[in-house]
Write a new protein. Sequence first.
Lengths: 131, 418
Amino acid sequence: MSSEIPFIKFTAHAGFPSPAEDFLEPGLNLNEYLIQNSAATFCVKVKGDSMVGSKITTGDILIVDRSLNPKNQNIILAILNGNFIVKKLLISNNDFYLLSDNKYAKQIKINPEMEFYVWGVVTYVIHKLTK
Amino acid sequence: MIALLDCNNFYASCERVFRPDLIKKPIIVLSNNDGCVIARSDEVKKMGIKMGSPVFKIRDLIIENDIFVFSSNFALYGDISRRIMKILQNTVFDLEIYSIDEAFIDFMYKTDIEYESLNLVSKIMQWTGIPVSIGISTTKTLAKIANHFAKKTSRNNILFLDNEKIINFYIKKIDIKDVWGIGHRYGRFLYGKGIYTAYDLTKKNDKWILDNMSIIGLKTVYELRGIKCFELQTSESPKKNIRNSRTFSRDTNDYNKIKKAISSFASKAAEKLRAQKSVASTISLFINTNKYKSTNQNCKLTGKVNLKFSTNDTSVIISEALKILDEIYIPGFFYKQAGIIISDFSVVNQNQLGLFEDVSKKIKRDKLMTSLDYINSIIGNKSIKLASEEFENDWRVNQSNLSPAYTTRWKEILSVNI
């Protein structure tokens, strides 16, 4: 992911040069804030409200970092039997559970017959507030 | 020790990262315009479908075996490649990016190279989803061979050729045609001389090799014997030539269409040339007819011009290219492919002014080109172009199975139902 660094050149044709010229810094860079490891980070859009309790709703964009090893209570993007899912991961006594996060929450226990692996760990949610 | 890291079935693997439903399913990726097979998943390789097979010849196989077909999505492959190379840059001592899916690696001071390689394979798999293999040996040529077998026979995708015994074992196994730098032309010649494997070639004496295969051939043989001749080209060394070619969506006998295509290629090549701060003095052109059509004679028309003054000026390169096209074009044929190669580079400021070159005009043109590149870089590629270039992109027509640009366009990012 690239970022654009704004650059303003003060050229004083007449009048006074800007006293800020020597102190000019690039603006705030959202990539820097949201992405720790750009080689391993992907953006994913979600549809559906099964994770509303974790503040993830339809239309949101998830920042997913594949370089992080999933930990207990992480929100993960995973593959279960050939399909992408977003769930909360619970680990207890070496058992793995996937949890939806709404009032109809279902819990799935991962068993060896399932084809399951973690695609990446969700690190941020970008949620638009204005319509 | 030099390692060659190569992504396994790279384009097919990229498609699979975003399509978990296709894990273990057969996948092929087609060339621009969906002409022929340029990548195959392991399942497809086992079916005996060859690299480069034209799609129309394997249509039945595709249907019978439920093979998933993708048009080439270079926006995606390029981005995944960039990620992998970035991981390497941050991990290894030194590297040479050799192609979109291959890099030579120098581990230098690392003591346990096999362990480091295993780490690298699993890191790239986790971070990007792409499986890679690593071949390690004492020279680039041997590392290539190690990689060839790492993919085929090794359990963990790593093969380490570090002593004479094991090196001899593998160079006896590899077909001389599959040796880096030999290729099919020399391969056929060497077959005729009774040389079938890399090992056979290492047993020939230097004089015979030099007489029959040039100095590059001799260097290759030294490398097979474990003597380093090809160094890693690590710093972003400028390219020695720039090639731009494409297959038409449909064979064409329309001169204007070919002319527009050549203009666009020339313009793109000139832009790349300026980006690496070089000027070129040779322009070559080729137009090919379709060798799979019986009604057409299979011919490759080529032409070349050496410029009086080296240049990277778009309009000069276009006009010279079109002059060549005029000379080599034969009306009546249907052309399948066209392309341009520019070469004989020198660095911009080392480029001496020609004695009779108009200096003030040259400075003006340089400024114009700089502005052109600048504007195109901020408002999007190809916002400004020369009138002779094509306006609608005729190449992209046949991309019927194109996957989304998952990683580079907001509108096309992966969408998940949760």
